[in-house]
Design a protein around this ligand. Structure first.
Ligand code: ZN
Length: 164
């Protein structure tokens, strides 16, 4: 993708909307059936668009639980760098660099993986991955669009199950 267009800006708006509706903190274009190398994240009311993101520096390592809007209700522990620098284009197609730590760093690594066709369960051990996939198989019918839908009565006060 060489440049941002109005159509792609609308796509990012739609992706934020989809992500908020699913109570997620990150969403990558392939999760909504698009091929662009583009993702949106929002942690603590700080919406960020990354286009063609590249991790240019990575430091530290920490294990943390992850979930994914594309495989709802499945969680697993993944090792990620704790501090990264990402180079990307923003919503207007302007280049920028972003330093991220902790949850934002984890979220960006998870979304950038999506752009390379990789899911967090690919990091799990064989047995854990198999268990996660079996759980997802059994629940798939409840998620027709492959994205988590949260019933309105569950939205209030739902914490600690952030999906990316
Ligand atoms: Zn995900």
């Amino acid at each position: 993708m060489e440049r941002m267009t109005d159509e792609l800006r609308r796509l990012t708006d739609d992706m934020f909307e989809t992500m908020y509706a699913a109570r997620g903190i990150g969403l990558a274009a392939p999760q909504v059936g698009r091929e662009e190398r583009l993702a949106v994240v929002d942690i603590e009311d700080n919406p960020i668009v990354v286009v063609n993101p590249q991790i240019v520096l990575a430091d530290g390592s920490a294990r943390g639980e992850e979930g994914c809007l594309s495989i709802p209700e499945v969680f697993g522990e993944v090792d990620r760098a704790t501090r990264i620098t990402v180079r990307a284009l923003d919503r207007n197609g302007e280049p920028f660099e972003l330093e991220a730590t902790d949850l934002l760093a984890r979220c960006l690594q998870h979304e950038i993986d999506h752009l390379h066709g990789k899911l967090f369960i690919d990091y799990l051990s064989f047995l854990k991955r198999r268990a996660a996939l079996a759980k997802w198989e059994s629940m798939k019918k409840d998620f027709p669009r492959n994205l988590r839908k949260v019933p309105a009565n569950e939205i209030a006060g739902r914490h600690g199950e952030e999906a990316l």
